[in-house]
Design a binder for this molecule. Structure first.
Ligand SMILES: Nc1nc2c(ncn2[C@@H]2O[C@H](COP(=O)(O)OP(=O)(O)OP(=O)(O)O)[C@@H](O)[C@H]2O)c(=O)[nH]1
Ligand SMILES: [Mg+2]
Length: 266
């Protein structure tokens, strides 16, 4: 039964297969400087029999109207770009399939409306976001000022410290390198205050779009795997301060000689 169902699912496209941890955009505003997946996560992925295949993380994209949220998502999910503006009404979502360290994984990407009149509809979908992407327009600096409010609204609907936060400057193609660099300085300051990782992208040219979503997927995947390991090992796993993970030997297959694994995530 299982194998016949497997045949119905087309393979994940090559550029959605992640085996190395994708790199950050700038070290000045980076959530985690890791270069590899956590050892326990890799081990769990190798043991995985496919039951973790239904993994899905919720991503919510917020920001002012016209900043390019829909365009960013469409560039990544459909590889297209529409120069005409069609306002998002309420919310919309896409599911994007990945394979991370051999394990099938999905991002459910929620595109929300930036227009004030749709805000109460859109905010009903903020709950349970593992990732919050706050978007502004590199060519319209005022939209950066509004990102903190968008983030605050999204965080209000979620448990404290339960979401990864990204700040994304869009329309990189519309600004010169000098303007981009200047705006990035402000954006990086904002990102640090918001405890967000920063990226500059262009939906028009596609610059940094795949890299950005690969990074989102890898961070969200690892976090959800760690949560699952914590759950399955129950009392034994504990995430300590500074993102240290400590897992007992018998359950987590730690090499002989170590009484405890203690690996920094960042
Ligand atoms: N040159 C350029 N234009 C862009 C880019 N991204 C979006 N745009 C344009 O900006 C306009 C707004 O883009 P949308 O993606 O619809 O904006 P939005 O944030 O989804 O807007 P709402 O749905 O109203 O919240 C459209 O005309 C897009 O073609 C980009 O990277 N470069
Ligand atoms: Mg939109």
């Amino acid at each position: 039964m299982k194998s016949s169902l497997m045949h119905l699912v087309p393979p994940v496209s090559r550029d959605r297969i992640i085996s190395q941890f994708p790199k950050w955009y700038t070290p000045e505003a980076c959530l985690q400087f890791k270069e590899h997946f956590h050892a326990q996560v890799r081990a769990a992925c190798q043991r995985s029999t496919g039951t973790v295949g239904l993994k899905l993380s919720k991503v919510v994209v917020v920001g002012d109207l016209y900043v390019g949220k829909t365009s960013l998502i469409n560039r990544f999910c459909k590889d297209n770009f529409d120069r005409d503006y069609k306002a998002t009404i309420g919310v919309d979502f896409e599911i994007e399939r990945f394979e991370i360290v051999g394990v099938p994984y999905n991002l459910q990407i929620w595109d929300t409306a930036g227009q004030e009149k749709f805000k109460c509809i859109a905010s009903a979908y903020y709950r349970g976001a593992e990732v919050i992407i706050t978007v502004f327009d590199l060519a319209d600096i005022q939209t950066l000022d509004h990102t903190k409010q968008w983030l605050e609204d999204a965080l209000r609907e979620n448990e404290p410290d339960s979401s990864f936060i990204f700040l994304v400057g869009t329309k990189k193609d519309l600004v010169s390198d000098a303007v981009c660099e200047r705006t990035e300085l402000d954006a990086i300051r904002f990102a640090n205050e918001m405890q967000a990782e920063y990226w500059s992208v262009s939906a028009k040219t596609g610059e940094n779009v795949k890299e950005f979503f690969s990074r989102v997927a890898a961070l969200a995947f690892e976090q959800s795997m760690i949560k699952e390991l914590e759950k399955t090992s129950g009392r034994m796993a504990q995430i300590g301060a500074g993102n240290l993970i400590k897992l007992e030997k018998n359950l987590m297959e730690i090499p002989e000689g170590n009484t405890q694994a203690s690996l920094s995530c960042c």
